[in-house]
Write a protein that binds this ligand. Structure first.
Ligand SMILES: NC(=O)c1ccc[n+]([C@@H]2O[C@H](COP(=O)([O-])OP(=O)(O)OC[C@H]3O[C@@H](n4cnc5c(N)ncnc54)[C@H](OP(=O)(O)O)[C@@H]3O)[C@@H](O)[C@H]2O)c1
Length: 347
């Protein structure tokens, strides 16, 4: 493709497992640089992928000649600083989810992108996986007015103290926790299905309280590995979102949507069931839930926003709506009360 976007990947985790391999395959992009916290690792990653630059120095990365865009895939509390710096240098920004540590910081980030006149987007790509994309289509087709939506995730990857080292993901002060990992995708899903949330209640827990970090030190886990959220929609209906990452027996994700006109269900085998009132449920699937494919769709849309002026999708406005809800969830969990999400000026 003529004129691919020269992009840097900022982060050596998801950035190297998903983003870099996908961007390297897409004709719309020319990945030129990568950032890792460790300089030696950054150089190795760059050499392996044939990139021009691998560095632990943000200044060198963002100032790389010819660079046009960045994918920010750092720990959550670093997103804002990096994204704002990039936007001020005229670089387009694809930011990982959630946008930032809280709504005020997310608003500073989106404000800087708007002021710079660059393209900004947020990677809520999980809703583009076939399982969830088809679910949303069927919800619009058959469900009608919402009565109840439930999203139940049962994972076993945090069950053992040794199953994962202590990193920022277990550190609440760094924006870690399963709410940032999975909960935000599910908040994004229910917002896409049913719109505004009036109030939220939340319970969170740390089931495995100690883990060992990369230096062999035992650390206290402060970020939740378990949550149960209750949401009341402004237009009526309620949602229950739960995640357990310390289960002894994992299970595929289950999503059920009930409305006054019909039902949609995604079962644990990735089959989708749907029907209108009075009909037998029909079934399709199993459907794909591929994270690389979802990221490729997000990346192509980011390219179209940069080169063709298409509206960014998923948009920063959608990222802010999830962020307002996430702030309300954290407050509801720690204060043990119902919390109304802050209204955004666009609402
Ligand atoms: N959209 C999705 O489905 C999805 C999936 C997974 C993650 N993500 C997002 O991607 C972002 C990064 O997550 P990840 O799982 O890739 O994280 P990660 O692997 O732990 O780290 C990502 C990068 O940040 C560096 N880093 C880690 N801890 C740090 C610290 N305490 N201070 C400074 N730098 C640190 C790492 O350095 P090293 O290179 O030296 O290790 C790495 O380069 C997050 O925003 C997360 O929400 C999104």
């Amino acid at each position: 493709m003529a004129n691919p976007v020269k992009i840097a990947v900022i982060g050596g985790g998801y950035g190297t497992k998903v983003s870099l391999p996908v961007l390297s395959q897409l004709p719309e992009f020319d990945p030129v640089a990568i950032w890792s916290r460790r300089a030696e690792r950054a150089r190795e990653l760059a050499a392996d992928a044939g990139l021009e630059l691998g560095t632990a120095d943000f200044d060198a990365l963002l100032g790389h000649p010819g660079l046009e865009a960045v994918h920010v895939a750092t720990p959550v509390t670093m997103h804002a600083e990096v994204a704002i710096d990039a936007a001020r240098r005229g670089l387009h920004v694809l930011c990982e989810k959630p946008l930032a540590a809280d709504l005020d910081e997310a608003l500073r980030l989106t404000g800087a992108i708007e002021a710079a006149g660059v393209v900004g987007a947020v990677n809520y790509g999980r809703r583009l996986q076939a399982t969830r994309a088809r679910l949303l289509e069927r919800v619009r087709e058959v469900v009608g007015r919402p009565r109840m939506i439930s999203v139940s995730l049962v994972h076993d990857d945090h069950a053992e103290p040794g199953s994962r080292p202590f990193t920022w993901v277990q550190d609440a002060d760094m924006g870690g926790g399963r709410l940032q990992g999975y909960g935000v995708h599910d908040l994004d899903l229910v917002l896409a299905a049913f719109g505004d949330v009036e109030a939220v209640a939340a319970a969170t827990e740390v089931g495995v309280p100690k883990r060992v970090d990369g230096d062999g030190n035992e650390r206290r886990v402060t970020a939740e590995d378990t949550y149960a959220l209750l949401l009341r929609f402004a237009g009526g209906g309620i949602a229950v979102l739960t995640l357990l990452s310390t289960a002894r027996h994992k299970r595929g994700d289950v999503v059920e949507v009930h409305g006054d006109a019909g039902t949609v269900r995604l079962d644990a085998e990735r089959r989708l069931w749907w029907g209108r009132a009075g009909e037998e449920l029909r079934c399709e699937g199993p459907l794909e839930a591929d994270s690389k494919d979802a990221f490729a769709q997000v990346a192509r849309r980011f390219w179209a926003a940069i080169r063709e002026g298409a509206p960014p999708d998923p948009s920063l406005a959608e990222g802010l709506r999830v962020q307002a809800l996430l702030d309300a969830v954290y407050a509801a969990g720690s204060e043990r009360r119902w919390v109304e999400p802050r209204r955004l000026s666009a609402d």
